[in-house]
Design a protein around this ligand. Structure first.
Ligand SMILES: C[S@@+](CC[C@H](N)C(=O)[O-])C[C@H]1O[C@@H](n2cnc3c(N)ncnc32)[C@H](O)[C@@H]1O
Length: 196
């Protein structure tokens, strides 16, 4: 059943969050302590801006969050948020992100989702490709001991992604937050303390 306007959708509306995704991030950060006051964070696939709102508040005025999305993101209205438009796979946009923070981040978040076709295995493969790209990006855009959160659709390639993450991070977990839509095949992979 179509459940766009479920409990979390209504809660986000009532509490001024731009998306239900905000609640996923709040839950994940409570459990895994991905970012904290003063941190510098990349938010990849940031539209419409629920993650940006949560991170901006959590890192405070001493921190910064730099987001990117293919879509326009209406201004968040906070001094510690910067957003660029474009494709996160584009090396020029990746350099632009690094310039925004002035160097590697303490934490990389990716909530990117491909345009879905309804063909499960094909959508899962596109999601795997996006998540793999984010894992690659960690070697240049995430400081050693930094943390990663990346969304991925479960599919044939998932174990390969998990193995790669386990080689790159001290601890890897896979979580399905409560605010995830029931019909969704997405999970969030966290990698904490990137190995140098
Ligand atoms: C589920 S939404 C993100 C929600 C967001 N985290 C929030 O809290 O509001 C997924 C986003 O990924 C973006 N996206 C997908 N592929 C992308 C790419 N190659 N580069 C940049 N953004 C991408 C989409 O445009 C979409 O806005």
């Amino acid at each position: 059943m179509y459940e766009r306007k479920d409990k979390f959708y209504r809660k986000a509306k009532a509490e001024g969050f731009r998306s239900r995704a905000a609640y996923k991030l709040i839950e994940l950060n409570k459990t895994h302590r991905l970012f904290k006051k003063g941190d510098r964070v990349f938010d990849i696939g940031c539209a419409p801006g629920g993650f940006l709102q949560v991170v901006s508040e959590a890192v405070g005025p001493g921190g910064v969050v730099a987001g990117i999305d293919l879509l326009d993101v209406p201004a968040i209205g906070r001094a510690n948020v910067a957003v660029i438009k474009g494709d996160a796979r584009d090396p020029e946009r990746q350099t632009a992100l690094l310039d925004l923070l002035g160097g590697p981040a303490d934490c990389i978040l990716s909530d990117m989702a491909p345009n879905t076709t309804g063909v499960g295995f094909a959508d899962a493969f596109k999601s795997f490709e996006l998540a793999s790209m984010v894992l690659d990006l960690c070697s240049t855009h995430l400081r050693p001991k930094g943390n990663l959160l990346v969304k991925v659709f479960l599919g044939d390639e998932f174990e390969r992604l998990r193995e790669r993450a386990e080689a790159a991070f001290s601890k890897v977990t896979v979580t399905r937050p409560e605010a995830t839509r029931k019909a969704s095949c997405e999970v969030y992979l966290t990698g904490t303390r990137r190995r140098a």
